[in-house]
Write a new protein. Structure first.
Length: 422
C-alpha cells in the first residue's frame, strides 16, 4: 500500500475515533483531552493545547500536552482579534508567518514561539470563535503539508462542535435549573397565599383558631401514611387549608353562634361546601381536585352527608381524608359549648363511625400515623404539637390505637375477601 494511502486510512480512522469521542456522553474535559491526543497522534506533533473562550477576555485552557502548566496563562483575546479569525483566508495560521494579517498572532507571536507553538487554528462554530487549538511542530521536523492542514481543519472542526454542543447542554441544564427554581418559588408563593386565606377563614370563626391549618396538616399526614406521592400530599394539604373557604360568605353571627342553631341558620351554614367549590373552581391550582375536596368534605359514606348525599365510592378519596381531619380537629379542640373529648372517646367515635361517616382505610391510616408518633418512630412530633403535650399520654393510648387499627384492617380484609368471592 502506498504511504499516502496508508496515511489517508490512518486519518480516516482518527476522524472516526474523534467523532465517537465527541458524540459520547462522558466527561467534557476528558473528551477534549482525548480529541487533542488523537489530533497530535495523527500528525505526530510534539505538543498542543485546546483553549476555549465565550467572548473577549482570558482564554481558558481545557487540554494541554507537552507544554508547561502555566505556559498559556497570560493568553487573552479581544473583539478585533476574534474578528480577525473569522476572515476566511487566515482561518489557520502559521505563527512564524510575520506577514499574517491576524492581529491575535501579531500580538502573541513571541510568546507562542517561545513555547514552541507553530500553528494556531480557531474553532469556529455558527460564525463564532469558541476557542483555539494551538499546535507545536511535527516530531520529524518537517513543515506542515497541505494534507496536514486539511486534516487539522477537519479534526479541529469536530472538536469545536463538541465544545459548542457541550455549552448548549450546559445552558440547557442552567435554564432547567432556573425554571425549577422559579417553579419552586411559585409553589411557595401559592402555598403562603393559601395559608393566608386559611388564616382569614379561621379569623372569622373566633372559636376555631388555627382549625384550617391543622386540618391541612392532619390531611397531609394521613395522605402520606396512605402512600400518596409527594405532589398529591402537597395537594391534600392545600385542600385541608381551604376546605372551609366557603364560610367566607356565611354570616359571622351564624358561624360564631355559641349554641344550637336553628334549621334556617343551619342550612345557611351548610351552603359553605358548595360556596367553597364556586370560589375555588375558577382558580388554576397546581394540584388536582382541590375544589372537589372542599365541596365534599361533609359527605358521609352512608349517604347522609351534604351537599350531594354521595355514598362511599362516589366520594373522592381526598374529600374523605379532609373530612376525617376536619372531624378529628373538631373533636379534639375546645368549643364554646363543650370541652374537647378525651382521646379514648375520640377512638370510640372513630370506630363507631367508620364505614358510616368515615372510610375505615382512612381512619386506620390516621391511627397508624398517630401510633408511630406515640411510639417515637417519627422524626418530628407534629400531631402531639397540635394536640398539646399531655393529650396523647397515658398507658392506654398505644393499646387503643393498636386495637382500632387491627379492627379496621380486619374489617377491610373481610370486605375485600367478600368482594372477591362475589
Ligand atoms: Fe366545613
Amino acid at each position: 500500500m502506498e504511504p499516502s494511502t496508508q496515511k489517508l486510512i490512518h486519518t480516516f480512522g482518527a476522524l472516526a475515533d474523534l467523532g465517537q469521542e465527541i458524540a459520547g456522553t462522558g466527561d467534557f474535559t476528558e473528551m477534549v483531552r482525548t480529541s487533542m491526543h488523537l489530533l497530535l497522534g495523527t500528525l505526530a506533533l510534539r505538543r498542543g493545547a485546546v483553549v476555549e473562550c465565550s467572548g473577549p477576555g482570558p482564554l481558558r485552557c481545557v487540554a494541554i500536552w507537552g507544554l508547561g502548566d502555566q505556559a498559556l496563562n497570560s493568553l487573552e483575546i479581544d473583539e478585533p482579534e476574534m474578528a480577525s479569525f473569522l476572515c476566511g483566508e487566515i482561518r489557520e495560521s502559521l505563527v512564524k508567518n510575520t506577514s499574517s494579517a491576524n492581529v491575535f498572532l501579531n500580538k502573541h507571536r513571541d510568546n507562542l514561539l517561545a513555547e514552541g507553538i507553530e500553528l494556531v487554528v480557531p474553532m469556529i462554530v455558527r460564525g463564532e470563535v469558541t476557542g483555539l487549538v494551538l499546535l507545536g511542530g511535527k516530531a520529524s521536523g518537517e513543515e506542515f503539508s497541505n494534507d496536514d492542514f486539511e486534516t487539522v481543519r477537519a479534526m479541529v472542526r469536530h472538536i469545536g462542535v463538541g465544545i459548542h454542543t457541550h455549552r448548549l447542554l450546559e445552558q440547557l441544564a442552567q435554564r432547567a435549573e432556573e425554571n425549577r427554581r422559579l417553579y419552586d418559588e411559585l409553589r411557595t408563593i401559592y402555598r403562603d397565599t393559601v395559608r393566608a386565606f386559611a388564616a382569614a377563614i379561621d379569623i372569622k370563626d373566633k372559636y376555631t383558631q388555627g382549625h384550617s391549618e391543622r386540618v391541612g396538616r392532619y390531611s397531609e399526614i394521613i395522605a402520606r401514611e396512605l402512600g400518596w406521592s409527594e405532589e398529591e400530599v402537597e395537594g391534600i394539604q392545600i385542600a385541608g387549608y381551604l376546605h372551609d373557604i366557603g364560610k367566607l360568605i356565611v354570616d359571622r353571627d351564624i358561624i360564631n353562634a355559641p349554641h344550637y342553631i336553628d334549621a334556617k341558620n343551619s342550612s345557611e351554614l351548610n351552603r359553605h361546601p358548595n360556596a367553597g367549590y364556586e370560589i375555588l373552581a375558577p382558580i388554576r391550582h397546581p394540584y388536582a381536585d382541590i375544589p372537589l375536596m372542599a365541596k365534599h368534605h361533609h359527605e358521609r359514606l352512608d349517604g347522609r352527608g351534604y351537599p350531594d348525599g354521595l355514598t362511599d365510592q362516589q366520594i373522592p378519596m381526598g374529600a374523605k381524608i379532609v373530612s376525617l381531619a376536619d372531624s378529628f380537629d373538631a373533636m379534639t379542640t375546645d368549643r364554646p359549648y363543650k370541652r374537647r373529648r378525651s382521646f379514648e372517646d375520640v377512638v370510640v367515635d372513630l370506630r363507631e363511625n367508620s364505614g358510616k361517616q368515615f372510610d375505615g382505610k382512612v381512619v386506620a391510616a390516621f391511627a397508624r400515623a398517630i401510633l408511630k408518633e406515640v411510639k417515637g418512630e417519627t422524626r418530628e412530633r407534629r400531631i402531639t404539637k397540635m394536640l398539646g403535650k399531655n393529650y396523647l399520654e397515658g398507658d392506654q393510648v398505644e393499646t387503643l390505637l393498636a386495637d382500632l387499627i387491627s379492627d379496621l384492617e380486619g374489617d377491610y380484609f373481610r370486605q375485600d375477601a367478600k368482594a372477591q368471592s362475589l
